[in-house]
Design a protein around this ligand. Structure first.
Ligand code: CO
Length: 194
């Protein structure tokens, strides 16, 4: 089955991803598929649980173009030394068309591993710091809509409700697995690599 980007309120978006313990050829091929999907949808970052994979990894290319920018795979990422505060507009491939202002620390330090198991240490600011925090939120089951202020949340409410209605009707049409089936698949995938 090819990977697909799942949309809010798919339950895997609320799953807290466990650290990866095993990187195999199958996983490397899945990460390749994630890059293709991210570019196809004009994204600059994508977390594994956005393609229904319960692994603690995300990908990023700030240019959103395979010919430009740098492709990074961040495995088991950890943030530290958060500094300052900055507010900017965010969107998400799992909530297409919805945007909102989100406040986050302006600077962060990121430690992670590459797909080859090599340690990565990055001191980040601006867009890079924001994307990394947005993606790590995904791995913790958190979405940018959880971080909107009162005004932003009110403005986003109709769009969020529309996503919920769409999801419910997909379920009714039998196009979406049951909660139990989704949970069982996550357990199975975790048993392979976490
Ligand atoms: Co997102």
């Amino acid at each position: 089955m090819p990977l697909e980007i799942i949309q809010y309120p798919h339950p895997t978006l609320r799953h807290v991803s466990k650290p990866l313990k095993k990187i195999d050829a199958g996983l490397r091929s899945l990460v390749g598929e994630m890059f293709a999907l991210m570019y196809q949808h004009n994204g600059i970052g994508l977390a594994a649980n956005q393609v229904d994979l319960p692994y603690r990894l995300f990908i990023v290319n700030l240019k959103g173009d395979p010919q430009k920018g740098e492709e990074l795979v961040l495995v088991n990422p950890v943030l530290s030394r958060r500094k300052g505060l900055s507010e900017a507009e965010e969107g998400c491939l799992s909530l297409p068309g919805l945007y909102g202002q989100v406040k986050r620390p302006a600077e962060v330090v990121l430690d992670a591993y590459s797909l080859e198991g090599k340690p990565i240490h990055l001191e980040l600011d601006d867009l890079f710091a924001r994307v990394v925090q947005h993606e790590i939120d995904h791995l913790d089951g958190r979405l940018f809509i959880d971080r909107l202020n009162t005004t932003g949340a009110l403005a986003a409410k109709p769009a969020i409700e529309e996503f919920e209605i769409q999801f419910a009707s997909q379920r009714e049409r039998g196009e979406m697995p049951s909660e139990d089936a989704i949970a069982a698949r996550i357990v199975e995938l975790e048993s392979l690599r976490t």
